[in-house]
Each structure stands twice: as C-alpha cells, then as structure tokens.
Design a protein around this ligand. Structure first.
Ligand SMILES: C[S@@+](CC[C@H](N)C(=O)[O-])C[C@H]1O[C@@H](n2cnc3c(N)ncnc32)[C@H](O)[C@@H]1O
Length: 205
C-alpha cells in the first residue's frame, strides 16, 4: 500500500518537496547537529524518498547513502542525485552488517509504520548502528491513523500515523537507545499537526 502510493506520486513528490527545507531554521539546525555529531563513518537515510535530505546531509560532509521502499522514488533520487548511492529495500530488514553504520536518519519515514511495529524497526536500526551511533527521527506528532486518499496531486490509498512523541521515546528506550534531543514544535504553514524530532543514541552495552 505504502510502496504503491509512493510509486504513484514519485515525480510530483520530488517537485513539491524539493525546496521544502528553505527557511526552516529549526530543521536545518537539527540536521546540522546530527551531521556534527556523526564524527566519521557511514550514514544511511532510511525512507529517503527522492533524496533531498540525503543530498542535504551529503553537502554537510557526511558519507551518506539512501534507501527506500518505493522503486519509483529511488529512480527519481538516482536521477536527481547521480553522485549519491541509493537502493530499494525496507527498513524492516536492512542490507547492512551488525554495528556497521555511524548514523541513521528516518526523516518522515516511520510515519507509515503502525506504532505497534516500531519496536521491531528500532531493533533493526539498533542492530546496524555502531555503539554510540546516532539516530535522527522526524515525524508528525499526534495519536491517530489517517487514511490518505489524495497526496501530491494524485489519487492514492495508504495510511499515515501521527505518533505521540512520549510513546516513540518509550519505544526507543525499550530498544536500548538513549534520547539526547527532543524537539516538538507547533505547526507551520500548511501543516495540520505539530512536528516532532528526536535524536537518539545507541547505548554502549
Ligand atoms: C514522506 S516520505 C519522506 C521521504 C524523505 N525522507 C523526505 O523527507 O523527503 C516517506 C518515505 O518513506 C518510505 N518508507 C515508508 N516505509 C518504509 C519502510 N518500511 N522502509 C523503507 N522506506 C519506507 C516511503 O516509500 C517514502 O518514500
């Protein structure tokens, strides 16, 4: 359902979100903080879509690749950012070894996962991160499932979940992450919900 929806909207999505970070100083600050704190090593954007955040973090100096569920989103990402590496896959089962990544970004990509499945996702992200490796999450805050029938100018049918930041923090802690930064801001512009950002770190066992 999610993959088919993003395959449908891929071209329009790229055009509509390309400049979305412009003037968003908080988001710029969070991404810069993440980039500063990932000192060295490989970084993966899971659910990278058409690659705008992968590109942004690459320009901040990170050695970064992107992966996404939707082959059409990846096709656009490869076309728009030919100097970066992108792959098709699911964050449920990552094609990466244990303790192999210095950082992971999930920028509005856990929003299609039912909350009860987040612990399995976080366990997989935890597996591939090095000890002290960083995880940056962005998502719409709330506590509801929304059925989307229209998106980016297309008829689609898929679900998005507004997630309670307290619940996401609790699931992260349960999955052996320490949450270092927690930001919750009011809606801006066209947004209908507040937005949450979490920077977490894999605990050293
Ligand atoms: C709202 S878009 C965000 C894309 C990109 N991070 C950005 O900010 O432009 C959500 C993306 O997450 C991807 N996605 C959703 N669930 C996924 C999963 N389980 N594994 C990998 N990608 C997933 C979708 O295919 C879609 O491209």
């Amino acid at each position: 359902m999610t993959r088919a929806a993003y395959d449908t909207v891929a071209e329009s999505y790229a055009d509509l979100v390309r400049d979305e970070l412009d003037g968003r100083h908080l988001e710029h600050g969070l991404l810069a903080t993440f980039a500063d704190r990932v000192s060295s090593g490989s970084v993966l954007e899971v659910g990278c879509g058409t690659g705008r955040i992968t590109e942004h973090l690459h320009r901040l100096g990170l050695e970064i690749a992107g992966m996404d569920l939707s082959p059409n989103m990846i096709e656009v990402a490869r076309r728009e950012h030919p100097h970066l590496r992108f792959g098709v896959g699911s964050m449920e089962v990552l094609d990466a070894g244990d303790s192999s990544l210095a950082g992971i970004v999930a920028w509005y990509s856990i929003i299609h996962t039912p909350p009860q499945q987040l612990s399995a996702i976080f366990a997989e992200l935890h597996r591939v991160l090095v000890p002290e490796g960083l995880l940056l999450l962005a998502f719409q805050a709330g506590n509801e499932r929304v059925r989307l029938e229209q998106a980016y100018g297309h008829s689609v049918s898929y679900d998005a979940y507004r997630l309670d930041p307290d619940v996401v923090v609790a699931i992260l802690v349960e999955a052996d992450f320490e949450v270092d930064v927690r930001v919750h801001r009011a809606p801006m512009g066209y947004e209908s919900t507040s937005q949450a950002f979490l920077l977490a770190r894999k605990r050293t066992s």
